[in-house]
Design a protein around this ligand. Structure first.
Ligand SMILES: [Zn+2]
Length: 253
């Protein structure tokens, strides 16, 4: 029996793909997935983690499990955990490990997560990470992808970000020259309070302090991968997809 590798077929068919096809190439429409792909994205505020998690989930046809979303769903559904979370949030406190772990566990038990998932925002603490390991005991190992962007770069990016006062569209972070008015509705653009340098630096300090133990927890695993988050979103998406596949170096076919 003769097997032909994908890249050999490509070469036989005439080789090079048109420029700019890299992202579609790395996140193919038909992903063969003999085993579950359990992915977790980490990254500082402003690193584009949410965007990358959504793209990754779409590319691999996996559910994107963002803690903010599943917390809101649990509260709206009025489940016991949701009601407990709502009471805590109404009191202005942060939802603790036990409730977050319970909500994530229930979400991972749903059938669509059986072939894998992209976790976004969980775990945030070492106890949460330990609980996740216990949940995944009989499943494939967790692939942890850390999107690394240095603080100065994040401050620079967020300083350019503006939000439309009329429709809420966010513009500018990835562009050299942010537009003067909203490209969607022509409304006025303002800087969000959260994007001011002093606030950004404070959020980053909190993030580094909270995340350092988590990075230590995962760092020595063969399934821990760090991706350079400083280039544009398309390039980062390609690198994140590579990392999810377990390729550390991008193939140039
Ligand atoms: Zn607008």
């Amino acid at each position: 029996m003769l097997y032909v590798r994908e890249h050999e077929k490509d070469e036989a068919a005439g080789g090079r793909r048109p420029h700019g096809s890299m992202v579609t190439e790395l996140v193919p429409r038909e992903v063969r997935r003999p085993m579950a792909l359990n992915l977790m994205l980490m990254g500082p505020p402003g690193a584009g983690k949410g965007t990358q998690a959504r793209r990754l989930a779409r590319g691999f046809r996996l559910p994107h499990i963002a803690t903010g979303d599943i917390l809101r769903e649990a509260v709206e559904a009025g489940s016991p955990l949701g009601r407990a979370a709502a009471a805590i949030m109404d009191a202005g406190r942060l939802v603790g490990d036990d409730i977050m772990i319970g909500i994530v566990r229930q979400r991972l038990e749903r059938p669509d997560a059986a072939t894998g998932f992209v976790l976004d925002g969980f775990p945030r603490t070492v106890p949460q990470a330990e609980a996740l390991d216990a949940m995944l005991d009989r499943r494939n190992p967790l692939v942890v992808i850390d999107i690394a962007v240095d603080d100065a770069d994040i401050v620079r990016r967020l300083s350019k970000r503006r939000v439309c006062t009329a429709c809420g569209t966010i513009v500018g972070a990835a562009e050299a020259n942010p537009p003067a008015v909203c490209p969607d509705c022509g409304g006025g653009l303002v800087q969000r309070r959260d994007d001011r340098e002093s606030v950004v630096l404070e959020r980053l300090a909190v993030y580094r302090e909270q995340t350092a133990p988590l990075i230590d927890y995962y760092r020595n695993r063969p399934t821990f991968r760090s991706v350079d988050g400083s280039p544009g979103p398309d390039e980062v998406a390609a690198a994140v997809a590579d990392a999810a596949h377990g390729r550390s170096v991008r193939r140039t076919a």
